[in-house]
Design a binder for this molecule. Structure first.
Ligand code: C2E
Ligand code: MG
Ligand code: MG
Length: 578
């Protein structure tokens, strides 16, 4: 188990973040878990008044135990320790967008009983703390490993050097890491502009789960081999950890990083019969005085933005405005409640059509935030943020209620109502309440349950999710698997969860349409769905050619700009009337 997995497991077992983090490193430090818990408990105290995040206090504890200063005459050790403490806090703060206090990270103060009650009620610890734990662990792994080489290089007493296999591997890795740092520093001295490109493999964990760890290792070897062949002797790469890689290259012209990445991506993206989706973050180093670590951290921030769904591309360049993005997150977190209270959120509806009948067969409800000063804010700008802090639950309830009211309005006006599908964020599926809430809404609006349909984004096979989808199905709802084809495990999920409809993802359709092989796959998906008695709907259809192709392979249901964009509910009501 990795440090991260250990820590998150402990957090799930209701240990405090200091205990979870320090506990994850207990083995490395030669401590048993119980002792680690006892020690770290004392260090969690800072949070009691909303102050320093426990992931910092526990992180410092790990560093202290690793290269702790115990000899008052060893000034070199003391200086090293002080420098590293500052480095750890600085990097943590930068990666957490300046949030270092427990209160800021949780959004509530655990020392205030009422706020603590809310933290418990909304499960904020499990929502917010894993991100801080993760950042802390990534930095700690790099810093402790670095220290091992530092020790090896300054030849500290042999008995202090690691003996077990895991640490030997770490030393080897650090040998590579040090060489990498030296090469990169030299390159920065010579070159005018240098790009730090960090990338990782999307859902690598799922590849491991689905195909086994050996296959996962083969995939990583494939990446290393490709990098070795592709990079010239002035371009340096390193497997930073697990599936995270970094490449540093000089930039002869402004377009070079993009060309470099595109070509690299083309070489990497297929291993055996598995397509790898890679996410790239790029930082262009101009200020050479900045610490190497900070430069790479910026590439990390860019990569995470690419991963977060807040960007439409899988290649993101670091911009100073990422500091604005912090401002943006704050804006959204602080203004969402007001938006709900002041009814700035509204429901748009996008019609779904039958190609053969050329008529509306339903609609999808999509939220829009119409801010009095900022204008229209699209879901991709705020949903990922409010999914993290849990506010999505309120937003979804609001839209579900609106959808029920719309169906009611159609029935009352004597218009033949069509089914409306609403999006159900995965956050709802962590608990048991959603099917009851939805059933209550349907009952209290007095509409037939089959008119409210639920869109759930396809995902890895996850027992909890398949249990919840079964519950929703048992309550009589029609289930649509959203964004089918945007991940790896669609087929498995189909077998395990009772979906009635799959919605083919826009990008999936686009990719499949570019080759005969792709078209063949599309046809097989339709065939398989038909055998399983599942309807297929194509999303994001924009062109006549797409419609023709879909028609020719037997996909009749579509949603997309070709027919209509999402529109205010009144407009859709008028359309239905016609
Ligand atoms: P989704 O559920 O896959 O919704 C489809 C998205 O594709 C919508 O974007 C829609 O406007 C867009 N789209 C439809 N046809 C076309 C087309 O032909 N071309 C292009 N380029 N785009 C098309 P939207 O409304 O921005 O929503 C984005 C995502 O945000 C949704 O993806 C859904 O995952 C999420 N979302 C939207 N509203 C809600 C909500 O009320 N609750 C939850 N939980 N998620 C929501
Ligand atoms: Mg949807
Ligand atoms: Mg979709």
């Amino acid at each position: 188990m990795t440090h991260k997995e250990k820590a998150v497991k402990l957090l799930n077992e209701k240990y405090h973040c200091t205990q979870a983090l320090f506990g994850a490193f207990a083995n490395d430090l030669g401590l048993d878990l119980k002792t680690a818990f006892k020690i770290s408990t004392c260090f969690g105290g800072g949070m009691r008044c909303g102050n320093t995040c426990g992931c910092i206090t526990a992180g410092l504890l790990v560093l202290g135990m690793t290269f702790g200063f115990y000899n008052s005459s060893d000034t070199e050790q003391e200086a090293y320790g002080n420098k590293k403490t500052e480095e750890f806090i600085g990097r943590f703060s930068e990666r957490m967008n300046g949030k270092v206090n427990c209160r800021d990270i949780l959004g509530k103060d655990i020392s205030i009983p009422d706020e603590m009650a809310e933290i418990r009620k909304n499960g904020l610890i499990l929502k917010k703390c894993p991100a801080a734990l993760e950042v802390s662990i990534e930095i700690l792994e790099e810093m402790t490993a670095e220290y091992i080489t530092y020790k090896a290089e300054t030849s500290i007493a042999a008995e202090d050097l690691p003996e077990n296999d895991e640490l030997q591997t770490m030393v080897k890795r650090m040998g590579r890491s040090n060489r990498f740092s030296r090469n990169v520093s030299a390159l920065l001295d010579k070159a005018d502009k240098v790009a730090f490109i960090q990338f990782d493999i999307r859902r690598f964990k799922i590849i491991n789960d689905l195909y086994g760890e050996n296959f996962g290792n083969e995939v990583l070897d494939h990446v290393v081999r490709t990098l070795r062949d592709y990079c010239n002797d002035k371009q340096y790469y390193l497997n930073r950890r697990s599936d995270v890689f970094v490449v540093v290259t000089e930039i002869p012209d402004a377009d070079y990083p993009m060309r470099f990445i595109r070509e690299l991506d083309a070489r990497l993206c297929q291993y055996k019969n598995v397509t790898l989706q890679l996410t790239y973050g790029v930082y262009i180093a101009e200020d050479k005085t900045m610490e190497l670590r900070r430069m790479e951290d910026r590439a990390t921030m860019a990569r995470r933005t690419a991963k977060s769904g807040r960007s439409s591309s899988n290649i993101v360049f670091y911009k100073e405005q990422f500091k604005d993005s912090l401002y943006n997150i704050k804006f959204i977190e602080e203004n969402l409640q007001k938006a709900i209270d002041e009814q700035q959120l509204s429901m748009y509806l996008q019609p779904k059509y039958s190609i053969s009948k050329n008529e509306i067969i339903g609609a999808e409800a999509l939220v829009r935030w119409i801010h009095p000063e900022r204008g229209m804010i699209y879901p991709n700008q705020f949903i990922p943020i409010i999914e993290e802090n849990g506010s999505i639950v309120q937003v979804d309830h609001y839209i579900w209620r609106k959808a029920c009211m719309f169906i009611r309005k159609c029935i009352d006006s004597g218009i033949k109502p069509c089914p409306i599908s609403v999006n159900v964020s995965r956050v709802h599926l962590r608990g048991d309440e959603s099917s009851q809430i939805l059933s209550d809404m349907v009952r209290s609006s007095g509409i037939p349950g089959k008119l409210l349909e639920l869109e759930i984004t396809e995902t890895a096979d996850d027992l909890q999710i398949s249990r919840q989808t079964s519950l929703l199905k048992d309550s009589g709802f029609t289930l649509l698997m959203d964004d089918f084809g945007s991940g790896y495990s669609s087929l498995n999920v189909l077998l395990e969860s009772p979906f009635d409809v799959i919605k083919l993802d826009k990008r999936f359709i686009e990719n499949m349409m570019t080759s005969d092989k792709g078209r063949n796959i599309l046809e097989h998906v339709l065939q398989m769905a038909s055998n399983l008695d599942i309807t297929v709907l194509a999303e994001g259809v924009e062109t006549k050619e797409q419609i023709e192709l879909l028609r020719s392979i037997g996909c009749d249901q579509v949603q997309g700009y070709y027919y209509a964009k999402p529109m205010p509910e009144d407009e859709f009501f008028e359309l239905l009337k016609k």
